[in-house]
Design a binder for this molecule. Structure first.
Ligand code: PLP
Length: 393
């Protein structure tokens, strides 16, 4: 057994696909400390609005722990639902413009809940090829008939909708699953066109706004809100672990959706409720995210993202995620290692997170960065890229 495990690890190593954990010893704004005593500028975080370390939220969390303690002691359905959980769900529903919202211990758990409560063997799911692993796992877990369409390809999507309506009885539930901002490409789904197709074929739709919340739309409400589509999308999904800066996931929609999730989402039912103090902190974060603090940081974030994209000659950013395609996993790793020498922490994203031959550096800009840091980063990337180019030719 042990030797099989070792063999598999060696195989991954040979493919440049072995991963390992790295411990941060400190985190101050965009500067992270490593165990070897070095510090690097972090260009990998999803903490887009610099909320995770914010003094305002530290204070809110400390006060909430004082009031509610550290744990919840039970699942939500037994005796784990507290005032802060209900308040957060009301705040999320108001933020998203939906009737209700239900929180989970993570975005991953929210996706799993969807998989057991809303999708089943009788459902046909049409999934964008670049959707996050949590959505893929949820669809598989559900036993639904799953078809994947090429990323953002409306023609392929329509062909699949037509196929599903031809092949299955009219009462069959057909569900389109997409993200609004894609986590590894940083681009947006053509949501308006997708919603129109969905309606034409009487399907339903799940939109995961994990990377859009806090970044896109008025008050950071996301892409569906920005495009005025909220009421036409049945299931809104997101996480509180990115721009909101805390932890936990949510699903938002109608009262019937929430009630069904409470009854059938196994990741909700069979898991201890998130700490009430965490819920209280997320509620405060959500208020700041929609208010002047959020507005200022969003403006700063967009200015930085635009400067960085221009400096690296990348397309105009649609989010805070700026991928730079490299190609082979080994080349992406080498470039990331060089940038690390220069003082920057940026991950090389490889198969299976992205397709083979599409390895990339994934930069994320946050409101914690300064313009000088981004300018210097751009120079370093150009320098390292040039060096790699010279070495390979
Ligand atoms: C991060 C992410 C999730 C998972 O959220 P967690 O709260 O980190 O579990 C789900 N979907 C997408 C698109 C994500 O990027």
């Amino acid at each position: 057994m042990e030797s099989d495990w070792q063999q598999e690890l060696t195989r991954l190593e040979g493919l440049h696909l072995r991963r390992s954990l790295q411990t941060l010893t400190s985190c101050k704004g965009p500067i992270i400390g490593l165990e070897n005593g070095r510090s690097l500028i972090n260009v990998a975080s999803n903490d887009y609005l610099d909320f995770a370390q914010d003094p305002l939220l530290r204070e809110a969390a400390q006060q909430a722990v004082g009031e509610h303690g550290v744990g919840s002691g039970s699942s939500r359905l037994i005796c784990g639902t507290t005032g802060p959980h209900v308040a957060l769900e009301e705040a999320l529903a108001a933020f998203k413009g939906t009737e209700t919202a239900l929180t989970f211990s993570s975005g991953y758990a929210a996706a799993m809940g969807l998989g057991t409560a809303i999708l089943d063997k009788g459902t046909v799911v049409l999934l964008d090829k670049l959707c996050h692993a949590s959505l893929i796992d949820a669809c598989r877990l559900s036993g639904a008939t799953l078809r994947v369409f090429r990323h953002n390809d409306l023609e392929k999507l329509e062909a699949l909708l037509a196929w599903a309506r031809r092949k299955f009885p009219p009462s069959t539930e057909v569900v389109i699953v997409t993200e609004s901002v894609f986590s590894m490409d940083g681009d947006c789904a053509p949501l308006a066109e997708m919603v129109a197709l969905k309606e034409r074929y009487s399907a339903r739709m799940v939109v995961d706004e994990a990377h859009a919340i806090g970044v896109l739309g008025e008050g950071g409400r996301g892409l569906a809100s920005k495009l005025g589509l909220t009421d036409r999308i049945e299931i809104h999904m997101g996480t509180m672990s990115k721009a909101i800066g805390v932890s936990g996931g949510y699903l938002a929609g109608s009262t019937a959706l929430r009630d069904l999730l409470v009854n059938k989402a196994r990741s909700f039912i069979y898991s201890t409720a998130p700490p009430p103090a965490l819920a209280a902190t997320a509620t405060v974060a959500l208020e700041h995210l929609q208010g002047p603090v959020g507005d200022n940081r969003r403006a700063r974030l967009w200015a930085l993202a635009e400067a960085m994209a221009a400096g690296l000659d990348l397309p105009v950013p649609q989010s805070a995620i700026l991928p730079m395609l490299v190609g082979e996993a080994s080349a992406a790793l080498a470039l990331a290692a060089q940038l690390r020498e220069e003082g920057y922490f940026v991950p090389a994203i490889r198969y299976p997170t992205v397709a083979r031959g599409q390895a990339r550096l994934r930069f994320t800009v946050t409101a914690a960065h300064s313009h000088t840091q981004i300018d210097e980063l751009v120079s370093a990337v150009l320098r390292c890229r040039q060096l790699a180019h010279e070495e390979s030719s």
